[in-house]
Design a protein around this ligand. Structure first.
Ligand SMILES: [Zn+2]
Ligand SMILES: [Zn+2]
Length: 266
């Protein structure tokens, strides 16, 4: 059996990851992966938007860094990608980014539920106390649904990210999940199984088993990602993620090349 590709990993250009891209690739080989993709946090139109992504003038350097790893990693397929923040109104900027380099795929992620609050940022966790959890989850899934509907992304990242700090609404979120999944199905967008959740307070893969079951019913394709911010995290908990995918009925994961999807057996 070969492992699915690890399509979600970062580089130090985003200012909160450690280790050189070559070390991530070396770790991938060590743990037996045959394909990885770098998907670092993409720049915003304004570099002062926040402090946890590469600056726009570093985008070419990022691409060169990944190209170098591609050349130096015989036997390991290395894809060039970005994790792009989806915010309503940023579509034109995202189209500009998409046109700048021949990306293999773009992961669309929602971190921001407003222009100033990223729900997963530990520095602003206090904001959760000022808001009703269901209101936050609803706002988040509105944006996630818009991200899927935008047609800008091949993959939607860590779909139930608001659970990171274990702040769950009392209300049933199934209608929010279903609305997103119906849109993802209509727009032919994949979701990822992101194992970083296991390393956070929620101690659970993104998305949850219940969510993934619904995704399977909607025939949503899946990718796998460690969301590594250090070389040691590459391929982290992939056995557990594969077991979860199989448990809800998945038989394939997908790969991307030049934004075209193919399927491989799990
Ligand atoms: Zn990050
Ligand atoms: Zn993310």
């Amino acid at each position: 059996m070969s492992w699915p590709a690890d399509y979600h990993m970062h580089t130090p250009l985003c200012r909160h990851a450690s280790g050189e891209p070559a070390e991530y690739a070396a770790r991938a080989v060590t743990v037996g992966l045959t394909e990885i993709g770098f998907s670092d946090h993409s720049p915003m139109r304004r570099d002062d938007f926040d402090n946890w992504r590469m600056r726009f003038d570093q985008l070419d350097e990022y691409v060169e860094n990944v190209r170098r790893v591609q050349k130096d990693s015989a036997g390991l397929v290395v894809k060039l990608a970005l994790e792009v923040d989806y915010l309503p109104g940023h579509e034109e900027w995202i189209r500009e980014l998409a046109a700048r380099h021949p990306w293999d795929y773009l992961i669309g992620s929602v971190h921001y539920v407003s222009d100033s609050w990223a729900v997963d940022n530990p520095e602003t966790i206090a904001k959760w106390k000022e808001r009703d959890p269901f209101e936050v989850w609803s706002g988040y899934f509105d944006r996630l649904t818009q991200a899927a509907d935008s047609g800008l992304f091949e993959i939607i990242g860590h779909a139930d990210l608001p659970k990171k700090f274990k702040i769950y609404p009392k209300e049933d979120c199934t209608p929010l999940f279903n609305r997103f999944l119906e849109t993802a199905q209509k727009k032919n967008v994949a979701i990822e199984l992101n194992t970083a959740g296991l390393r956070k307070e929620c101690r659970e893969i993104y998305p949850s088993r219940a969510f993934l079951q619904l995704a399977r019913q909607h025939k949503i394709p899946i990718t796998f990602g460690s969301d590594a911010h250090a070389p040691s995290e590459v391929g982290s908990a992939f056995a557990e993620a594969i077991a979860l995918a199989r448990a809800v009925g998945y038989t394939h994961s997908c790969r991307f090349d030049q934004r075209r999807r193919s399927e491989s057996l799990l």
